[in-house]
Write a protein that binds this ligand. Structure first.
Ligand SMILES: Cc1ncc(COP(=O)(O)O)c(C=O)c1O
Ligand SMILES: [Zn+2]
Length: 400
């Protein structure tokens, strides 16, 4: 399988990709696929790709699958890029949004799972298990079901109800944990050998990054290969940001683009370990965030695995990390909602971050910025409090 090598992001040891891989067996660092981009660039001019159908599968030569027949797809379209209206752009002149709420299962997690489940199918994996804050589990349940795999998901017991129901409805085995995602991760780690599950946890295998890196390819093409100056991205485990960074680096090595956008990580102030590490100039998150609490469930990751990679992505791209309050997130969600943009709390946090960046003058207002909307509001109505009074009417009511 897979005509690429896999390299440890910590000790730099290389591995072949013909068996299902998790973390580096030598140092437990995160593994990343490494392609022969020179030969790919010679074989495929970027113009030929532009003519193919708009789905990230057209970048198959840059994905770790040896045969298209193993693709497990639920019909992933290019997601729309729209210009944000001037009145919402917080004095910035060029702000765009990209809406991944339009993907199967309603979040960008579909990208990682589509590619990971396809790779694991090719490698003969039949049972997959994973801790999740919710949306990744929903995506795994959907793609795993399509691939005919047994899916075991472990989520905090206060996970948004829609996530729980999505998983159960797709016939995944669902376990709720009296704790957070890190506690769920420990359970999966302890049981994976006993039950012969492949552990598809965030950052603990090289496959999901490959799906997220397609965000970079899609953005590049949608922006006419003239990339945004910065991308504001809601971050929990960091896999999305790592994928973006990897994708942009590959595009540059292919000679298809020049710059790499600044990666601007957004977290909720109720769980902001990346922001804390960034502000202290640390290369790794040193301790788990205590009493993590936020409405943006996907950002509630107290101590992500391989946090050094996300921090490296921020540093190398001259990015930054900002924390925003939950209340501000809800206001941003409402602002976007009234523009017809159904952004979930994680996604809406990017608009609050934009305001912060603008107010504090952290980035020049001429910069071309992209807010990455990672999911749809439709998945979160069970956790959103509606303060309006809703009346129930008798059938013969004549006035309100
Ligand atoms: C909607 C949404 N946005 C953002 C994130 C954060 O993504 P990552 O864990 O890749 O940092 C998540 C994670 O679950 C999510 O569900
Ligand atoms: Zn290693």
């Amino acid at each position: 399988m897979l005509n690429a090598l896999v390299k440890c992001s910590k000790c730099e040891e290389n591995f072949t990709a013909d068996i299902a891989l998790t973390v580096c067996p030598k140092c437990e660092g995160a593994l990343l696929f490494n392609y022969d981009l020179t030969s790919i660039a010679e074989r495929i001019p970027k113009n030929t790709l532009a003519k193919s159908k708009n789905t990230f599968w057209k970048f198959l030569d840059l994905l770790p699958l040896s045969s298209p027949k193993n693709i497990v797809s639920l019909g992933e379209p290019y997601t729309p890029v729209l210009r944000l209206s001037k009145s919402r752009s917080c004095n910035f002149k060029n702000v765009y949004i990209k809406d991944d709420g339009r993907l199967p299962t309603g979040t960008f997690k579909a990208r990682g799972m589509a590619v990971a489940v396809s790779c694991l199918k090719e490698l003969g994996i039949k049972l997959v298990a994973m801790p999740s804050a919710g949306n990744a589990a929903a995506a795994l349940a959907a793609y795993g079901a399509k691939a005919g795999m047994g899916v075991y998901v472990f989520m905090p017991k206060d996970v948004p109800e829609s996530n729980l129901k999505e998983c159960a409805f797709a016939d995944a085995e669902v376990y709720l944990v009296n704790g957070l995602i890190n506690d769920a991760a420990r359970i999966v780690k302890n049981l994976e050998q006993k039950y012969r599950w492949f552990d598809i946890s965030t950052n603990k295998q090289p496959y999901r990054f490959e799906g997220y890196k397609a965000m970079a390819f899609e953005i590049a093409e949608q922006f006419g290969w003239d990339l945004p100056d910065g991308i504001v991205f809601p971050t929990g485990g960091g896999e999305g940001v790592i994928g973006l960074w990897k994708g942009f680096k590959e595009l540059r090595r292919l000679g298809w683009t020049e710059k790499i956008p600044r990666l601007i990580v957004v977290q909720s102030s109720g769980c902001a370990p990346f922001v804390k590490a960034y502000e202290r100039n640390q290369s790794e998150i040193e301790e788990a965030w205590k009493n993590a609490e936020t409405i943006a469930a996907g950002l509630r990751v107290p101590q992500p695995y391989a946090s050094y990679l996300t921090l490296r992505a921020i540093k190398e791209t001259e990015g930054m990390a900002v924390a925003v309050e939950d209340e501000e997130i809800i206001s941003s969600m409402k602002i976007l909602f009234k523009e017809g943009i159904y952004a979930c709390p994680e996604a809406a946090s990017t608009l609050t971050a934009l305001e912060r960046i603008g107010n504090e003058g952290l980035i020049h207002t001429d910069a071309k910025l992209l807010l990455y909307l990672t999911g749809s509001a439709m998945k979160y109505f069970d956790v959103i409090e509606i303060k309006k009074e809703i009346k129930i009417l008798e059938k013969d009511v004549t006035s309100l």
